[in-house]
Write a protein that binds this ligand. Structure first.
Ligand SMILES: [Zn+2]
Length: 128
């Protein structure tokens, strides 16, 4: 039995000239697979935290107890003075004093202070 074949294209339809890319950009249709789909934001890597404890804040010479950012060495430092503000890239910014770790010799911490008087390695009170 012979079935009536339908014309694949109505005679009035213009030949398609748009490329796939144009079709995708111009298409008002929403892809049902992505509609309403909210991609989860990638989790940020956990920020490394640093134990810091300020002592004698009310005195002219303050003390800070902290752990080295790099090796977690306990460090006690004395500091004094007001933070120095200098112009940096056209904006005033506080100069941070770097405290060098006596153990790993990297920058253990940066302080907003005038001057660091001493740096002493101590057993970290957070690692007991
Ligand atoms: Zn260190």
């Amino acid at each position: 039995m012979k079935s009536t074949e339908r014309m694949p294209n109505p005679p009035q339809q213009e030949p398609q000239q748009i490329t796939k890319r144009q079709k995708k950009l111009d298409s008002p249709q929403t892809n049902p697979h992505t509609f309403g789909f909210q991609p989860e934001e990638p989790e940020l890597p956990p920020e490394r935290c640093q134990h810091i404890k300020f002592l004698d804040c009310d005195k002219s010479v303050g003390r800070i107890l902290f752990e080295c950012y790099h090796c977690q060495q306990g460090i006690l430092s004395e500091f004094t003075g007001e933070p120095v503000i200098r112009e940096y890239k056209g904006r005033p910014s506080v100069i941070q004093v770097k405290i060098k770790c006596p153990t790993c010799e990297q920058t253990a911490i940066r302080l907003n202070t005038g001057e660091v008087l001493s740096t002493t390695a101590i057993p970290s009170p957070w690692q007991q």
